[in-house]
Design a protein around this ligand. Structure first.
Ligand SMILES: C[S@@+](CC[C@H](N)C(=O)[O-])C[C@H]1O[C@@H](n2cnc3c(N)ncnc32)[C@H](O)[C@@H]1O
Length: 431
């Protein structure tokens, strides 16, 4: 495998001066940052039926909510993690499993880009200095937002583009490859950010495959090079045990450290006298998670618990993100909350949260999920639905906010105009 050696040549002036690489995504009606941040903050009041905690659920368009959060000292600059899974510009409408209208995904092209960009500019300002953003999109729009997020966060704060396998292989009739992937763009506000490296815990079969050698005391190990790419003039470029590093390489450690490792038996010498480093299985808790996630598909068999809300994401996906990029008690925001996957996972992991969604069906689904949990996918056809609900500890420590009454008559959103605004009574029979 070729390992690139970083270039020593100077960066271009534009990339030194600005956050980005000196190019932008241009389209008509692209607002300035100042115009976007001039958005009026929304006014919200608690729904008297749900006022039991500091976590906040907003039933409203997220743009004025984000503007109000930016003016709120308890939130502004304090959000540690934002995960958002907005509409993907599919030019479609989405219904729940019970065929209830959930939301419209009608914005496409530049209108879609600008609508999401406006929200991302607020989100950038809301994040703590050590905060992170994960933006979930598919192949339609992910490339546009790599550029938009470089503009907002700075190219140097791009961390990963994660490819996720979202479903099982499809029997595609179109003349192209099966579409089983979507993407998560991971950016941080700065280069000092919360990071709890996720690992895939070893199982016996993986250990045997990866660590093929055994010490006389039974410890399993693998052999790796003891040199690394790049020429060095210091001690790591000098002879060790009468050997120079291979051309274009340097030793990974100074000769004194290599001597100590050798004395402990941690260097393997080949028959031709080449040193290799021994890495022991017992010192590794697992394989660091890489940027292709094959094990995080959304509901794909009848035993998995779901709410029935369309485009609902796998809670394990959220758990991985929340564990990696926040700590207990941190504040997490999802302003496209849908069925509330981020919110229930954040609660389970002892994080605080703010959720926003403009859809009546989303809020009904979240309230139902908070109270009763979700159901096995196979049970959506059962009539005895109470019997199929999972054992669940109700989530009650949140306050539900709605636009103030005089605003409700005009309460429409760019995605849910047909819904109007209605007070929801939590009716289980309705769901
Ligand atoms: C793809 S779904 C999110 C699904 C969610 N991640 C889950 O696991 O259930 C997108 C959600 O964004 C909401 N949404 C779209 N535009 C919005 C807006 N302007 N303000 C608030 N919510 C919005 C939709 O109502 C929908 O519920």
């Amino acid at each position: 495998m070729a390992v690139p050696i970083p270039s020593k040549s100077k960066q271009s002036k534009s990339s030194q001066d600005s956050n980005n690489q000196g190019f932008r995504l241009e389209y008509t009606n692209k607002k300035t940052k100042e115009e976007i941040l001039a958005q009026a903050a929304g006014n919200y009041q608690p729904n008297p039926n749900y006022t039991r905690g500091e976590n906040r659920l907003y039933h409203a368009d997220n743009l004025p909510v984000l503007a109000s959060l930016l003016a709120d000292d308890r939130v502004s600059g304090k959000v540690k993690l934002v995960y958002i899974d907005p509409p993907f510009a599919t030019a479609s409408s989405f219904e729940s499993r019970k065929q209830k209208h959930a939301y419209n995904d009608h914005l496409v092209g530049a209108d879609f880009v600008e609508s999401l960009r406006e929200r991302l500019i607020f989100i950038h300002n809301l994040l703590a200095d050590d905060g992170s953003l994960y933006l979930h999109l598919d192949g339609r729009m992910v490339f546009h937002f790599r550029i938009i997020l470089d503009e907002i966060f700075g190219e140097k704060n791009f961390r990963s583009c994660i490819t996720r396998k979202k479903c099982n292989p499809k029997n595609y009739t179109r003349k192209t490859y099966g579409n089983v992937s979507d993407y998560l763009l991971f950016y941080t506000k700065s280069d000092t950010y919360v990071w709890n490296r996720p690992v895939e815990i070893w199982d016996e079969a993986k250990i045997l495959k990866e660590y093929q050698y055994t010490e006389s005391d039974g410890r399993r190990y693998k052999k790796v090079p003891v040199h690394a790419p790049g020429v060095r003039n210091g001690e790591t470029g000098k002879e060790w045990k009468g050997k120079l590093p291979p051309p274009g390489k340097h030793w990974q450690y100074i000769p004194k450290t290599l001597d100590e490792m050798d004395a402990r038996g941690e260097i393997y010498w080949s028959a031709t006298g080449n040193p290799r480093r021994k890495i022991y299985a017992e010192n590794s808790i697992g394989v660091p998670v890489q940027d292709i996630w094959l094990d995080m598909r959304d509901a794909h068999n009848q035993n998995i618990h779901i709410t029935g809300y369309p485009t609902e994401k796998n809670p394990a996906l959220l758990a991985r993100i929340i564990n990696a990029s926040s700590n207990p008690d941190d504040l997490i925001l999802d302003c496209y909350a849908g069925s509330g996957t981020t919110l229930v996972t954040a609660t389970a992991l002892n994080r605080r949260w703010i959720g926003v969604d403009s859809s009546n069906e989303a809020i009904r689904t979240i309230l139902h999920r908070f109270e009763l949990g979700s159901e096995r996918m196979g049970d959506f056809i059962n009539t005895d639905k109470q019997a199929s609900l999972s054992t669940h500890i109700p989530i009650i420590d949140f306050t539900l906010y709605e636009p103030e009454p005089h605003l409700q008559a005009n309460h429409t959103t760019n995605t849910n105009k047909s819904n109007g605004y209605e007070a929801y009574q939590l009716s289980l029979l309705d769901l």
